[in-house]
Design a protein around this ligand. Sequence first.
Ligand code: CP
Length: 317
Amino acid sequence: MSNHLIKLADLDRDAIRELLHLTDRFVEVSQRPIPKVPALRGRTIAMVFFEDSTRTRMSFDLAAKRLSADVIDFPTHTSSLSKGESLQDTVETIAALGVDALVIRHASSGLPGEIAEAVGETISVINAGDGLNAHPTQGLLDAYTLCQHFHGAAGIEASLSGIHVGIVGDVKHSRVARSDLAVYRSLGAKVTIVAPPELQPTDLDNWPVDITDDLDEVLPSLDVVGLLRIQKERMGQTVVNSIDDYIERYGVTESRANRMNDNLVILHPGPVNRGIEIADTVLDKRPNVLINQQVTNGVAVRMAVLFRLLGSGIEID
Ligand code: CP
């Protein structure tokens, strides 16, 4: 693994497993009365979020602080970028300040990778979501949550062999789908994309998976339904013909939930459009809706990533 994390397709199975095993250790740290270790004392991590975020930003922040790193927020709206400074000069300035890692979210697909190439080994770049491209820590936390659910947490078995995952919804606009697909397949899961034709990716040759537009047909064979958010901000209003039609065909409505096996696991990266991807009552009452567990695990996953990139030779404690 290099000193950057840009997309999960860059990692082989061993590197992914190593991160999931490290996550297991940080889950244990997170359950201690004082969930903090000194591992990254003296290191500084900058949060550079050009797009809104609740979960990713707060959990990277918490992860860094639980590792005793210093955290600084890059003020994307009030920085010298507004005076015309280039992003490259801005990044060089941040590096010159002595920052060890950048956690960056940006609407432009590929930007974190370009920054990583520009900075080389001087500073670690961690992609917190870039356009439609990748959201690697979301993929890792989704995979960890499934491994934990199916195999138990202690000494986690980092495998999804024999598990059939349906990734359901707006796959075309989803960086989460791309990262989930990479990690699920690396861990041996069978993956089926379930989306209306207008929300299926156009580059299907790069998606070595089954694809269907019929959720009800594939549902009985699924162990996991990974719902995706309908991203109104990334699509023209006319892309989905009717939200009511979408809910009828792809939403986890109460009536569809009643037809599901109780063991079926439901994931969603958040934020949820309640009443669209999933009905309120299902979200709040159904067993095996692991959305809050995904958020909780996100902190330990991000501790693992930060520790792996910045904690070389250091004991976790
Ligand atoms: N899942 C996710 O990326 O959520 P946020 O946009 O709130 O970070």
